[in-house]
Design a protein around this ligand. Structure first.
Ligand code: GDP
Ligand code: IMO
Ligand code: MG
Length: 425
């Protein structure tokens, strides 16, 4: 059984937690896009682990973890994270693999990320994580990127020099400080030794595992509405976090994917800039942020919060072909007397959009159409069987499923591993 897991909204849906849960029955967990802009949290007992580049399955001994070709990997972030994982007591030897086709995020990509963001007008700022993601993918698509496998080439140092000189032209045009190519050579030269043990032909590795009948789990970072093609462009990340990205970002053929699981929070959050139709600027938004602990796992920024948006849910179901939903954070809604679901965006002339518009300006003239449902006003985080949920919570979930399509597979009622209900999968 090969499973692709994706985020349905603007990220931070609880993908890390659900991956950790599903890793139990997987043999290999593969990251296929994004980089250290991701922050995936797994809570086990009273310990909280945050992973950025390393797949969230790493907390299960013996499971293989792969960084696929679609990822952009900052070697310093990775080394720090690998050390951290080992310090937590999880051995990595022989089970951690990086694609030689993955691209590297280097110091100059980070400098460009900062300089480009600083140069954007106030209303055009993206609010990036500053991890160099956009410039690294731009270099990849522009065909002047640096791949992980390049560290093993005899001309590696010359490549670093050429890359820095290229980046310096853009940096100085943006009014930013140029970098010293020789200093960068000194900085990156030790990477050869550090990364070498992990560099793998992951296409071969993944296909050998597929041939052997192993269970592969593909871990998406970011989410549908941050997708470079399907998201709120240009307020997006620079990769394809949607299900198709699992194929291009790892080499798994589409027909080898048995199911797609979408992770969706039972309200909505966003971190960074860009449109957010159901955003709340009031006490309800504050309650969601406080009860949901909605502060970025990577940057610590407070997340913007709002009601559940079924327009987005339906859109994500279609674009990803979601078979099963992992619905998360039900418990955060426990205190609300009324919960709301957005079913469309109404334009001033009365027209209602029920699919997400490509032209973001449209949203400026729209307001969300809400359905209100009674809350359940009791604690749900101790519940271990779906049948035991309060009737109003079941009705809320059922109405959402009716609006967005797909089946319920997993329900999460708290941050910890045990607070996960298996429904249909
Ligand atoms: P990811 O990026 O999709 O992996 O999500 P993050 O880890 O960035 O953010 C999700 C946050 O919600 C983390 O702090 C999780 O520990 C927490 N979380 C996940 N599921 C639940 C849940 O069902 N209830 C509550 N209260 N917290 C949850
Ligand atoms: P996980 O995997 C939430 C957002 C940033 C910014 C935009 C572009 O934890 O869900 P980037 O640095 O990628 O160029 O920033 O995307 N963003 C995320 N928001 N969760 C994430 O990852 C994100 N990764 C990027 O805030 O708005
Ligand atoms: Mg996150």
């Amino acid at each position: 059984m090969n499973t692709v897991l994706v985020g349905a909204q603007w990220g931070d849906e609880g993908k890390g937690k659900v991956i950790d849960f599903l890793t139990e029955e997987a043999d290999v967990v593969v990251r296929f896009q994004g980089g250290s802009n991701a922050g995936h949290t797994v809570v086990v007992g009273d310990r909280k682990y945050v992973l950025h580049l390393v797949p969230s399955g790493v907390l299960h001994e013996g499971k293989h973890c792969v960084i696929g070709n679609g990822v952009v990997m900052d070697p310093f972030d990775l080394m720090k994270e690998l050390e951290q994982v080992e310090s937590w007591g999880f051995a990595l030897k022989g089970r951690f693999h990086i694609s030689e086709r993955a691209h590297m995020v280097c110091e100059w990509h980070r400098a460009l990320d900062r300089a480009e963001e600083a140069a954007r007008a106030q209303d055009a700022k993206i609010g990036t994580t500053g991890r160099g993601i956009g410039p690294a993918y731009a270099a990849k698509v522009g065909r002047f990127g640096m791949r992980v496998g390049d560290i093993l080439r005899p001309d590696f140092q010359d490549r670093v020099r050429a890359q820095v000189e290229e980046a310096n032209r853009a940096l100085t045009a943006l009014g930013a400080q140029a970098l010293d190519p020789e200093e960068m050579v000194r900085l990156y030269a030790p990477m050869v030794k550090a990364l070498m043990p992990y560099v793998t032909d992951t296409i071969q590795f993944i296909h050998d595992k597929l041939d052997a009948g192993a269970n592969l789990l593909f871990e998406g970072a970011q989410a549908t509405m941050l997708d470079i093609d399907f998201g709120t462009y240009p307020f997006v990340t620079s990769s394809n976090p949607t299900a198709g990205g699992a194929c291009t970002g790892s080499g798994v053929p589409p027909r080898k994917i048995d199911r797609v699981i979408g992770v969706i929070k039972l309200y909505t959050t966003r971190v960074g800039e860009g449109p957010f139709p159901t955003e709340l600027d009031d006490a309800d938004g504050e309650t969601l942020r406080r009860r949901g602990g909605e502060f970025g796992a990577t940057t610590g920024r407070p997340r913007r919060c709002g009601w559940f948006d079924a327009v987005i849910g339906r859109y994500a179901q279609r674009v990803n072909g979601v078979d099963y939903w992992a619905m998360t954070k039900l418990d955060v809604l426990d205190t609300f007397p009324v919960v709301k679901i957005c079913t469309g965006y109404r334009r001033k002339d009365g027209f209602v959009y029920t699919t997400f518009p490509a032209d973001l300006d449209v949203l400026k003239w729209c307001e969300p159409v809400y359905e209100e449902m009674p809350g359940w006003q009791c604690e749900t985080s101790h519940i271990t069987r779906y049948e035991d949920l309060p009737a109003n919570a079941k009705a809320y979930i059922a109405r959402i499923l009716e609006l967005i399509g797909g089946k319920l597979g997993v329900l999460s009622v708290g941050p910890a591993r045990e607070t996960t209900l298996r429904i249909n999968i």
